[in-house]
Unconditional design. Structure first.
Length: 102
């Protein structure tokens, strides 16, 4: 089985991704948390429909996430992550990859 690769198209895609990566690297823009920890991410990785849903059901305020050990236990019990920091780091990584690939 042969796979044909259009080198010109592949180079265009790489240049687009490089441009997006540079733009992302040079960005000083603040990105809203619910854009990073978006609904799709939450539905895929937790029992919740959204970040707001998780915060509401946790019984804590978002400002407490990462500060209170009980929040990490709640996240560990209701997602594939062991802590808020792990969830947040994974969400940022996924968001950044999506920004580069768009």
């Amino acid at each position: 089985m042969k796979i044909k690769i259009d080198v010109d198209d592949a180079l265009k895609d790489l240049k687009r991704m490089e441009k997006n990566a540079k733009k992302l690297n040079n960005t000083e823009t603040t990105v809203p948390l619910n854009e990073i920890v978006n609904n799709k991410f939450m539905q895929k990785n937790s029992k919740f429909q959204s970040l707001d849903d998780m915060v509401e059901k946790s019984g804590y305020e978002l400002k407490d996430f990462g500060e209170i050990e009980e929040v990490d236990r709640f996240i560990s019990s209701n997602s594939k992550f062991s802590s808020w920091q792990e969830l947040y780091d994974e969400a940022i990584e996924e968001w950044a990859i999506n920004q580069i690939l768009k």
